[in-house]
Design a protein around this ligand. Structure first.
Ligand code: FAD
Length: 313
């Protein structure tokens, strides 16, 4: 028997790595065709575009040391500490922590973490029962590394401790709209937080962050705009394209657009504990267990993996 980790986003992969390093047998099951979850890189027009996380930051010592290793392997690079704020009252720059980007797209980091692990992709787990049992098969323990509403779909009603742990989570959706232009005609802005806009939340220069200077922007939409298009996101592209043209003062129209829906993009309330683990051997990890960002997901998965390994060995 082994621990089953459901979800091969960065939290699930970090958890599986921590368990493997402690000598615990672990199997990862992912419903997508590839690993990464919201560390998502899609190929459009024969080029990779980051359509999930826009970048990541690193503050924790252990995560920073992983990032330094990725940097030495050429997987990540320091992108910028300065982004733009587009406000109805004017435009200004804002400086914060270093934002890291991946030349091959952020999903390449998930691929790196996945190396050597036992992972089944393209398989949706349907049911976790007491035992614990995953789709009828016994496991030593089960880790759900995913947004709370996705975990609730598979947790048996009698797994009350785990269900209670995620029931209070509230998540917001977004659309990621990739816009490809004939040429780069915008001033250097890296990425922008768009304040008080009915459609746009952020716009990122994917060519700048990836480092190939491709004329590609990725816009993320506000939750209220997204809710109108949840049923058929593909038709949202015209409004988003026009909004980006207006806020960046572009004359060119995008020559191609691609829309991706994130039903659970971001949790609204930062969790106060790093993970959930109960005496029914159900663990839950992800970016809802702290301030919602990539680093939190990695820390949550790693901490849960270590705690579970300590219990099992
Ligand atoms: C649009 C957007 C912008 C973002 N921007 C930033 C940013 O700028 N900086 C930053 O740090 N973070 C950002 N984030 C957040 C970051 O992407 C997440 O914090 C991180 O990727 C979460 O990882 P995770 O492993 O917790 O969850 P996920 O990546 O969501 O992984 C969950 C996995 O579980 C799988 N799964 C779910 N249900 C099942 C099932 N039943 N069976 C099998 N598999 C299942 C899913 O397919 C998925 O792969 C952004 C996210 C989005 C969506």
């Amino acid at each position: 028997m082994s621990v089953v980790v459901v979800g091969a986003g960065i939290a699930g992969l970090a958890c599986a790595r921590a368990l493997t390093e402690a000598g615990v047998a672990v199997r990862v099951v992912e419903r997508g065709k590839v690993c990464g979850g919201r560390l998502a890189t899609k190929r459009y027009n024969n080029r990779r575009t980051d359509i999930g996380a826009a970048y990541f930051t690193a503050q924790d010592e252990a995560f920073t040391s992983l990032v330094t290793k990725w940097q030495s392997q050429g997987l990540v690079r320091e992108w910028t500490d300065t982004l733009t704020v587009l406000d109805p009252d004017g435009t200004h720059r804002t400086t914060g922590p270093m934002r890291w980007a991946a030349p091959n797209g952020l999903r390449s980091l998930a691929e790196n973490l996945a190396e050597g692990l036992d992972i089944t992709t393209g398989h949706t787990v349907e049911w976790i029962e007491p035992g614990p049992r995953v789709d009828g098969v016994n496991a030593t323990a089960v880790v759900l590394a995913m947004p709370g509403p996705q975990a609730l779909r598979v947790l048996h009603p009698s797994l009350t401790s785990a269900r209670t742990a995620v029931e209070a989570q509230h998540w917001l959706p977004t659309l990621a709209v990739t816009l490809t232009y004939p040429a780069r005609t915008w001033p250097d802005f890296n990425g922008a937080f768009v304040n008080d806009h009915p459609i746009l939340q952020t716009v990122f220069d994917d060519g700048a962050r990836r480092g190939d200077n491709a004329p590609v922007l990725v816009a993320h939409t506000t939750p209220s705009f997204t809710e109108h298009y949840v049923a058929d996101p593909s038709v949202a592209d015209h409004e988003v394209e026009a909004a980006v043209r207006q806020v960046l003062d572009l004359t060119d129209k995008a020559t191609s657009t691609h829309v991706h829906r994130w039903t659970y993009a971001s949790p609204t309330k930062p969790g106060t504990s790093p993970f959930h683990l109960d005496d029914q051997h159900i663990g839950i990890a992800g970016d809802a267990w702290g301030y919602p960002r990539t680093e939190t997901a990695w820390l949550s998965g790693t901490a849960l993996g270590n705690a579970l390994a300590a219990q099992l060995t």
